[in-house]
Design a protein around this ligand. Structure first.
Ligand code: OAD
Length: 259
């Protein structure tokens, strides 16, 4: 990946024209969407979570089975981190876009920043940090949880009031199935796209499937695919337009032009 030398001061007219001309806008967002809120991405050099932490020790069902307090503590810290930050101008611009166009959001993000900005999210493809459930019987857990401000080594996860199993975060771990309703909602939104409609692919490295395959599916429907990302990604080449800039700067400009 190469980081763009400078942030664009303007968004190309071809991009704003495309969004203005669309009836439907499908948003496919990844970790970069929340970066300017202060939520670390996974793979950015130095700051990415997977640069500092080993995903095989934290993001698999096997890791949780072997050491629940270790895995739980990391997610409890991430819950706290997300709870303590605010949606950024990019999230807010997308919420505003929904007043102007038919917007569907399918996100890989496990935070709730789209919702807190006022958007409704059709699909959380990788689940949600806050939708806790029992790791044994899958009963949702709504009890209190301790959320540390700093990463700590271990915290015992809460216990399921129904079966006494350990409570786990509602995220999709490596090797697990994505939630079927989220896949179906995303595929329905893609199938509904018509030529002239737009897909905004925002802040994702485009390497985790099935999400990474959705831009190609949208292309096949004749949609105009626009990537918003300061860096080149695996899917940049297939996109019609690539706006090299951070989401919180680019999206308000796009929406301003459509208004
Ligand atoms: P990555 O960390 O792989 O990629 C983040 C992308 O955001 C990179 O392409 C960055 O260049 C870009 N980016 C950084 N700052 C940005 C900004 N301010 N505005 C726009 N873009 C910016 O994150 P994802 O692609 O979301 O899965 O990762 C996909 C999945 O891998 C995650 O959902 C997670 C992870 O393992 C699970 O946990 C299941």
């Amino acid at each position: 990946m190469t980081i763009a030398d400078e942030t664009p001061t303007t968004v190309p007219e071809s991009v704003t024209d495309a969004v203005r001309g669309a009836r439907r806008v499908l948003v496919l967002s990844g970790a970069g969407m929340s970066a300017e809120s202060g939520v670390p991405t996974f793979r950015d050099a130095q700051t990415g979570l997977w640069e500092q932490f080993d995903p095989s020790e934290l993001a698999t069902a096997e890791a949780f089975r072997l050491d629940p307090p270790f895995v739980w503590a990391w997610y409890a810290w991430r819950m706290r981190l997300v709870r303590d930050v605010e949606p950024n101008a990019g999230h807010r611009a997308l919420a505003e876009l929904a007043d102007l166009r038919e917007v569907t959001i399918a996100t890989q993000n496990v935070d709730d920043l789209h919702e807190r900005a006022g958007s409704s999210v059709a699909a959380h493809l990788h689940g949600s940090l806050f939708e806790l459930r029992c790791s044994e019987c899958a009963t949702p857990y709504a009890g209190d949880v301790e959320l540390p401000a700093e990463p700590v080594e271990r915290i015992d996860p809460p216990t399921c009031p129904r079966c006494e199993g350990e409570v786990r975060p509602g995220v999709v771990w490596f090797g697990e199935m994505l939630p079927v309703p989220a896949i179906e909602a995303t595929e329905r939104a893609i199938e509904a796209l018509e030529p002239g409609d737009v897909v905004l692919v925002i802040g994702t490295s485009g390497i985790v499937y099935p999400a990474a395959g959705y831009p190609a599916m949208a292309l096949a429907e004749g949609a105009t695919v626009i990537e918003i990302n300061p860096a080149d990604t695996e899917i940049s080449d297939m996109c019609h337009h690539h706006v090299r800039g951070p989401a919180a700067q680019v999206l308000p400009r796009v929406v301003e032009a459509v208004r």
